[in-house]
Design a protein around this ligand. Structure first.
Ligand SMILES: [Zn+2]
Ligand SMILES: [Zn+2]
Length: 300
């Protein structure tokens, strides 16, 4: 794959093609008219799109449609359809990621703090859904992060627009565990490249110089996932990121612990011992889970 730098001029051109309300309206019309994805999508005719967009002047309309064709729109024998790149533009716009900036005040949600057992609340600001304890210092120790932060998850503005914060809180945790599971399986769900897993530093070791993570969390059992291509990075609990495989899947099912926040809160509360290339977690019932540096988990 070409480097980011050499793709820059073509990417800039692609973005410039989108710099027109008429063209975005054409993409919206095509999306609504040919909503099935890929080869299942239908066509929309020239006149249908033109009527949707409401541009009377055929020359002006054709000019804009031509600009999109081949890059975001495909011309067929009977009309036009969206290319996958065009769908991606619409989907991204509908998340509100570019222009929406909702702010949801902290609201109490169902669950308890895994550090102190206190009540928790959730709020949304600047693209992040934050789960917060009001009674302790929380997990993340950083000047830009609110005191008591237990989890801070990137989440689209659309996820809190017209959706109550309790639901958004639950969904944001369910969504993030899918990301963690993929990364624990060795690949980045965002770009498809490989993921590097790093265990926390042992006693006396340095946390690494990439400025991300370990030194800012008040927990010794977190692992770091880092995509080798797009830079997607997360700190997560290894027993949470592997909650869909054995032995954790069986443990959670047997104990009736639902996916999402409840599983995260459960494993985060367990004490951890950092060993040589392994982490050992112990449950209140004395079960031990050993995690090696390839995220293999053994139950003892
Ligand atoms: Zn707390
Ligand atoms: Zn990636």
């Amino acid at each position: 794959m070409e480097s980011l730098a050499s793709a820059r001029s073509r990417d800039a051109l692609a973005f410039s093609v989108l710099d027109s309300e008429v063209r975005l309206a054409i993409l919206d019309s095509l999306y609504d008219r040919t909503v099935a994805s890929g080869p299942l999508a239908g066509n929309a005719t020239y006149s249908t799109i033109k009527a949707d967009v409401g541009v009377e002047d055929s020359g002006r309309f054709s000019y804009h449609l031509d600009k999109l064709t081949d890059r975001f729109v495909t011309k067929t024998e009977t009309g036009y359809r969206l290319a996958e790149s065009g769908r991606e533009v619409i989907r991204l716009r509908r998340t509100g990621a570019f222009t929406a900036d909702p702010n949801v005040e902290a609201t109490q949600v169902d669950g308890e703090c895994y550090r102190c057992g206190g009540g928790i609340q959730a709020f949304y600001r600047r693209g992040y859904l934050v789960t917060q304890c009001r009674e302790c210092i929380g997990l993340i120790d950083h000047e830009l992060v609110a005191d008591g932060t237990l989890a801070s998850l990137s989440y689209p503005p659309s996820g809190v627009s017209g959706i109550d914060i309790e639901t958004a809180f639950e969904r944001s945790h369910l969504r993030s565990v899918h990301t963690f599971r993929a990364m624990a399986d060795g690949f980045c769900p965002n770009c498809g490249h490989g993921v590097r897993v790093t265990l926390p530093p042992g006693d006396g070791e340095k946390p690494g110089d990439d400025g991300y993570g370990f030194s800012h969390v008040n927990h010794d059992g977190m692992v770091r996932f880092a995509c080798t291509h797009c830079g997607h990075r997360h700190l997560s609990h290894p027993l949470y990121a592997t909650d869909d495989r054995e032995p954790m899947a069986d443990f959670f099912a047997t104990n009736g612990i639902a996916p999402g926040w409840d599983r995260l809160a459960t494993v985060m509360s367990w004490p951890v011992t950092v060993g040589d290339a392994e982490l050992v977690f112990e449950t209140p019932d004395g079960i031990r889970f050993r995690v090696d540096d390839e995220l293999e988990v053994r139950r003892e």
